[in-house]
Design a protein around this ligand. Structure first.
Ligand SMILES: Nc1ncnc2c1ncn2[C@@H]1O[C@H](COP(=O)(O)OP(=O)(O)OP(=O)(O)O)[C@@H](O)[C@H]1O
Ligand SMILES: [Mg+2]
Length: 383
C-alpha cells in the first residue's frame, strides 16, 4: 500500500500546465541574481477560485529560495494589508544581526503608527498627505528589508491580493513608484495572486495602475490535466489505463481541484496501489460516487455562503447551463435593471463564485456548478 500522491485541497507540490509562467518567473529571478535591480512591475497571477494560484506562488517562492533569495509571504484579507506586511517583514528579520534587525523594527513601528493615523479614502485621485507619507514609510521598510536580506535579494509574495484594502494597495504602489526612481539597484521583486477581478480592485484603488502586470491562469488543458493525473502515479510506479484516464479527465473538466479529488478517490478505489499495479476504468467508476459526493459538498458550501439575492442571481445564471451568461439577460430574468444587480455581481466575484470572462458576461468558476444550481439550488430554502 502506498499513500496517495494527490493533493485535493492543499498546495500542489508540482504545478502542471504553468510552464510558460514559471519559465518567465525563473528568468526574472536568474536575471536579478546576476544584475541586482528593482523589478519595476508587480506581477499578478489572476484566476478563479481553485485554479491553482497559491500553488503557483508557492512554487515560485521555492524556486526563489533555492536560488538563495529571501522571501516574504503575505496573505491579504485578514486584517489591514499594511499590518500583514509589517508582520511578514518582522518575521523575515528574525534571524538577522541585532543592528539590522533593530533598524527595520524601528521603521516597522513607525509604519504601524502611520497606518493607524491614515484616514480611509475611496478617491484614488486624491491621495491625502497621510497617504503619501504611508507610501514613504512602506518604501523605507521595503528598502531596509531588501538590503537586510542581502544577496541575491528579496522576493515578496502576496496572495489573495483582491482582498487587500485600498489604502494598503495604494501605499504599496506609491512605495514601488518611489523605489524605482530612488533605489533602482535594490534587489526586490513582487509576485502576487488574486481572483480574476483583482485588476478592477487595484484599478479602483491605485491611479497609476500600469505598475501592475496581469497574467491569467486558466483551467488545465487536456494534456496538462493528463500529466497531473499520470505523473504523480508514475513517480510511485503506478499506471493509469487509457480508459481510466479518459473517464477521470471527463469528470474533472480541467479544474485543478477536481483533478486532485478524482485522482485521490481513484487511488483509494484501487486499494492504495503498490508499484507495478494499475488504476483501471473500474476503479474510476467506483470512485465516481465519492467524487460526486465531494463535489456536491463543495458546491453546497459555496451555495450556502451566498445571500438570498446572490442565490437568485446564480439561479438566473444557471438557466444558461454552464456557458457564460449575459448580464442583461440575468437582470431581466430577475426582473431588475442591469445597474441594480452590479453590487450582487461584484460580491459574488469577491466570494470567487463567478467570473467575468468577457465584458458584459458572467460565468461560474467551477465546472458543474450550473447543473448543481439547477438541480439543488433553491433560493427560497431555509438557511
Ligand atoms: N497546476 C496544477 N496542477 C495540478 N493540480 C493543481 C495545480 N494547481 C493547483 N492544483 C490543485 O488544485 C487545488 C487548488 O489549488 P490552489 O489552492 O493553489 O488554488 P487557488 O487558485 O489558490 O485557490 P483559491 O482561489 O481557493 O485560493 C489544490 O487541490 C491543488 O493541489
Ligand atoms: Mg489560493
Amino acid at each position: 500500500m502506498q499513500r496517495s500522491p494527490y493533493t485535493p485541497g492543499s498546495v500542489a507540490p508540482v504545478v502542471y500546465g504553468r510552464e510558460a509562467l514559471l519559465r518567465d518567473a525563473r528568468r526574472d529571478l536568474a536575471f536579478m541574481k546576476e544584475f541586482p535591480e528593482l523589478k519595476g512591475r508587480l506581477e499578478i497571477f489572476v484566476g478563479s477560485r481553485g485554479v491553482g494560484k497559491t500553488s503557483l506562488l508557492r512554487t515560485i517562492e521555492n524556486d526563489a529560495r533555492s536560488l538563495g533569495f529571501a522571501s516574504c509571504w503575505i496573505t491579504a484579507g485578514d486584517g489591514p494589508f499594511i499590518g500583514a506586511l509589517v508582520e511578514a517583514l518582522d518575521t523575515l528579520s528574525r534571524d538577522w544581526q541585532d543592528t539590522a534587525r533593530e533598524e527595520l523594527a524601528n521603521i516597522l513601528r513607525n509604519l504601524s503608527v502611520t497606518v493607524a493615523g491614515v484616514k480611509v479614502t475611496s478617491d484614488a485621485d486624491a491621495p491625502t498627505v497621510e497617504m503619501s507619507s504611508l507610501g514613504r514609510v512602506v518604501q523605507q521598510a521595503l528598502q531596509e528589508a531588501a538590503e537586510g536580506a542581502g544577496d541575491p535579494g528579496l522576493v515578496l509574495l502576496v496572495d489573495e491580493i483582491q482582498a487587500a484594502d485600498a489604502n494598503g494597495l495604494r501605499a504599496l504602489a506609491y512605495a514601488w513608484q518611489h523605489l524605482q526612481s530612488e533605489a533602482p539597484g535594490l534587489p526586490l521583486m513582487t509576485f502576487c495572486a488574486g481572483l480574476t477581478h483583482s485588476q478592477d480592485v487595484i484599478t479602483d484603488a491605485v491611479s497609476f495602475a500600469e505598475r501592475f502586470r496581469y497574467r491569467q491562469l486558466e483551467n488545465l488543458d487536456p494534456e496538462s490535466s493528463r500529466a497531473a493525473l499520470e505523473e504523480p502515479a508514475l513517480a510511485r510506479g503506478v499506471h493509469w489505463t487509457p480508459e481510466a484516464l479518459d473517464k477521470a479527465l471527463a469528470l474533472a473538466a480541467g479544474y485543478p481541484y477536481f483533478l486532485q479529488v478524482i485522482g485521490d478517490e481513484a487511488w483509494k478505489a484501487a486499494g492504495y496501489p503498490d508499484a507495478g499495479e494499475v488504476i483501471g476504468g473500474s476503479h474510476v467508476s467506483e470512485a465516481n460516487s465519492q467524487f460526486r459526493e465531494v463535489q456536491r459538498i463543495f458546491f453546497r458550501s459555496r451555495w450556502m455562503k451566498a445571500t438570498p439575492l446572490e442565490q437568485e442571481f446564480m439561479s438566473a445564471m444557471a438557466a444558461d447551463g454552464g456557458s457564460p451568461a449575459r448580464r442583461g439577460e440575468i437582470a431581466e430574468r430577475m426582473g431588475r435593471t442591469t445597474q441594480s444587480i452590479s453590487m450582487v455581481r461584484r460580491s459574488l466575484m469577491d466570494k470567487g463564485l463567478i467570473d467575468a470572462p468577457a465584458h458584459g458576461y458572467v460565468e461560474f468558476t467551477a465546472p458543474g456548478f450550473a447543473e448543481f444550481v439547477r438541480r439543488e439550488g433553491d433560493p427560497s430554502e431555509e438557511r
